[in-house]
Write a protein that binds this ligand. Structure first.
Ligand SMILES: [Zn+2]
Length: 198
């Protein structure tokens, strides 16, 4: 992770070589990087990429460090469904857009529900493959909350498939990672997947 420096305008300073790289890519794609509409594009692209990849600057597990042990005897599934997210595929740096459903069956402790979305974003805002994103989110919750079970299902579209290559807009890819009781116990698995709408 390269440190970022801010300019006097409060925006991230973009080093010359980074701007040059984007200019080179524009030229190679067939346009003229010195035409007016493209003059500031290298800086904008670079800053956008810092934002797409914000996850490198954080440890997503930290979002799960504050837990609540007083759960009033609640011992059922906690589910955050259809969380929208954006990531980028590491093969083409093309957008991956989709939604994730994240569930766990708590053992003694729970977290604020928004934290599950923060964990997702911490991993999504990196260069990814969907399978690894799914596994990383599940593993993070498993390690930090030590629940009875974790289930993560991600349904996403890949820009590298919809906008190039086979060009199949609308096609979603579904990946899942089940741990603990959701893996071992068929009834729990069916319950969580049906709550998620699968
Ligand atoms: Zn790709």
């Amino acid at each position: 992770m390269t440190e970022v420096e801010l300019g006097p305008d409060g925006k991230i300073l973009v080093p010359g070589p980074v701007q040059d790289a984007i200019r080179t890519l524009i030229e190679w794609a067939g346009d003229d990087p010195s035409r007016e509409g493209l003059l500031d594009t290298p800086k904008r692209v670079a800053r956008a990429w810092k934002e797409y990849c914000q996850g490198y600057a954080e440890d997503p597990g930290l979002h799960l460090s504050r837990t609540f042990e007083e759960v009033g005897g609640y011992d059922e599934i906690v589910l955050l469904r259809d969380i929208p997210f954006q990531s980028h595929c590491e093969h083409h740096m093309a957008p991956i857009t989709g939604k994730a459903s994240i569930a766990y069956l708590p053992k003694d402790r729970v977290v604020g529900i928004s934290k599950l979305a923060r964990v997702l974003n911490g991993y999504a805002r990196r260069l990814q493959v969907q399978e690894r994103l799914t596994a990383e989110v599940a593993r993070c919750i498993w390690d930090h909350l030590q629940p009875h079970g974790v289930a993560v299902v991600i349904d996403a579209q890949h820009g590298c498939m919809t906008g190039r290559g086979v060009r199949t807009p609308g096609v979603g890819m579904v990946t899942s990672r089940l741990l603990g009781c959701f893996l071992d116990d068929e009834r729990s698995r069916k319950e969580v997947l049906s709550l998620m709408g699968y």
